[in-house]
Write a protein that binds this ligand. Structure first.
Ligand code: TRP
Length: 336
């Protein structure tokens, strides 16, 4: 008998199309994991609504955009189950159970949530759902029995909080009802924005999406932040904090070539134009086929919807089983 594959879960808030930052930080990892793991990829529309309750169309309208991105980059419905959070009632049920074992002060202490509350200037008007979203994320992870969660650094507090809930629930019933999880940190790290800021986001206009045209790519690379002190080609330049090199590091397949360019740039003698041209070429190679696939997919919404529906059905069965186990743990009757 073959041993069951490790379950891995990732999620994205559908508040816009995915972009190159997602590709480097996460989608590439998912492409690998679908070959070896039982992979679920969830469109986290409920979580997206926790801070978009006043503009729900922004969430609903982006679900299929994200689905098109997934398939266009090569995630394969034969290997990955795609699912929609709002159609998984088990996640909402588990959230309600877990809310009873987590204090308000604990959720308020979550550094990612703390940061977001400050940035969004919620004050006391914070939506109750937003404050609770780490608990809902713990519900997502445990519902699938996922033990491996590929995430960026900002998501580590969510994993910690999930494991706290796992320990509490399992401890309460002295049984291994829930599965503990581990974060799988992306080794490529974060891709900086075109303007040099650490965060890349569509709202800041400092990224490239998979529908970027040749012209968009050209203009983005042209505008890209380099070393402001590197005025003449012969001047020695700085590679650290230079977005062109960060992107080359992440995207150029020939690492030796990138090292050679860096050395030359540091010494002086390599111009920004040459580096930018090399990057632009890599971006065209990467994005052109993805853009074409994406275009065809977005014109077939019925197909995208059917893939999401199919995966959601599988996820409904899996997650419902966890609710049954938790209800039994709490000593509640289960009516099926
Ligand atoms: N919080 C994640 C993000 O903003 C999205 C997410 C929701 C998620 N549920 C998840 C990620 C479960 C991993 C596992 O990117």
């Amino acid at each position: 008998m073959s041993t069951p594959k490790t379950v891995v879960l990732t999620g994205d808030r559908p508040t816009g199309a995915l972009h190159l930052g997602h590709y480097v930080g996460s989608l590439q990892t998912r492409l690998l994991l679908q070959e070896s793991h039982q992979q679920y990829v969830m469109i986290a529309d409920m979580q997206a609504l926790t801070d978009n309750g006043h503009q729900p169309h922004k969430v609903a309208g982006n679900i299929l955009e994200v689905m098109a991105d997934y398939l266009a980059v090569g995630l394969d419905p034969q290997k990955t189950h795609f699912c929609l959070q709002s159609s998984l009632p088990a996640l909402a049920e588990l959230t309600l159970f877990y809310m009873n074992v987590v204090s308000v002060s604990r959720v308020e202490r979550n550094p990612t949530v703390k940061n977001e509350i400050r940035q969004k200037q919620f004050g006391r008007n914070i939506p109750a759902g937003f404050l609770m979203y780490p608990i809902s994320q713990a519900a997502d992870i445990t519902a699938f029995g996922a033990s491996c969660i590929p995430v960026g650094e900002d998501q580590l507090p969510m994993i910690e909080q999930t494991n706290e809930i796992v320990r509490k629930i399992n401890g309460l019933f002295d049984a291994d009802i829930l599965t503990p999880c581990k974060a799988l940190l992306s080794h490529t790290g974060r891709l900086p924005g075109i303007d040099g800021s650490a965060k890349m986001s569509k709202s800041m206009g400092n990224t490239l999406t998979f529908s970027a045209s040749e012209e968009d790519i050209h203009l983005a690379v042209k505008a890209m932040y380099t070393d402001p002190m590197h005025l003449k080609v012969s001047d020695p330049g700085q590679v650290e904090g230079n977005v062109v090199f960060s992107w080359l590091d992440a995207l150029h397949p020939d690492k030796k070539e990138v090292e050679r360019m860096k050395q030359c740039y540091r010494q002086g003698g390599l111009g920004d134009m040459v580096c930018k041209r090399a990057l632009e070429e890599q971006l065209h190679t990467l994005i052109t086929p993805i853009r074409a696939r994406r275009q065809a997919l977005i014109n077939d919404k019925a197909y995208l919807m059917s893939i999401l529906h199919e995966g959601t059905r599988v996820a409904q069965d899996v997650t419902a089983q966890t609710v049954v186990a938790v209800k039994r743990g709490f000593g509640l009757p289960v009516f099926e």
